[in-house]
Write a protein that binds this ligand. Structure first.
Ligand SMILES: [Zn+2]
Length: 227
């Protein structure tokens, strides 16, 4: 067999745990296999993972499509999400729409909220907070927005918001949240784990968080990374 690094000749050198034949290159002193069962080492795998996550492909589907182990997919998603930097919130924005999506983690009884803020003029998602279905989750999001000195916050008529947002900048009239309600539909269509009336939802909280991060801000990730 020819060495895949230096094209020198290789000799057989034992087997992997799974029985695959190993080879050793005398010239560059590297071990290798002629065929690899898993393909995660190939360049461009991470970009493919980002693309597939954004297309709503589940973790196990990604493992099957890219011929990787499930745990490798999880590990890569975690690493990619940790490298994505959430863009800073611009100060003094004119108006932001805030809404929450209900989803589950682990089992149907375990309800979570994905609360997020959208600038309907630019279409950008400004901030996301994922947490238990409580006022605290909304508070974390609203407080960040208040710190950015936003001029108007538009929400639906959920009474929890009235205790969190000062009345002077709070707008909850009918149709105030049309854009973000439409965005909810897009999210539920694009991401399988958010589909309603299915058995698809995240098994773990941090995977939900990581996938939302990749979906919202991962588009630029591919531009800067080669592997
Ligand atoms: Zn070699």
């Amino acid at each position: 067999m020819k060495c895949q690094y230096c094209k020198g000749s290789c000799q057989k050198a034992g087997r992997q745990k799974n029985g695959a034949q190993k080879y050793f290159c005398k010239a560059c002193k590297r071990y290798q296999q002629s065929i690899y069962r898993n393909q995660a080492w190939k360049a461009g795998t991470n970009q493919m993972i980002v693309t597939l996550v954004c297309e709503g492909v589940g973790v196990r589907s990604i493992a099957r499509i890219l011929k990787m182990a499930v745990n490798t997919v999880l590990q890569r998603i975690r690493r990619i999400a940790s490298e994505i930097v959430k863009p800073a919130i611009r100060r003094h924005q004119q108006a932001l729409e805030v809404d929450e999506l209900r989803t589950f983690v682990g089992r149907k009884g375990n309800e979570y909220w994905i609360a997020y803020a959208l600038n309907s003029r630019t279409g950008e998602v400004v901030d996301v907070v994922i947490g238990k279905r409580t006022k605290n989750t909304l508070r974390m999001l609203v407080n960040t927005l208040l710190l950015s000195a936003v001029k108007v916050i538009k929400t639906d008529k959920l009474s929890l918001y009235r205790g969190l947002i000062p009345a002077s900048i709070h707008c909850y009239r009918a149709n105030a949240t049309n854009h973000i309600e439409r965005k909810n539909l897009t999210l539920r269509t694009h991401l399988k784990r958010l589909s309603r009336r299915t058995i698809c939802f995240s098994r773990s909280f941090d995977m939900l968080e990581n996938c939302m991060k990749i979906y919202f801000w991962g588009k630029t990730y591919c531009l800067f990374r080669s592997k």
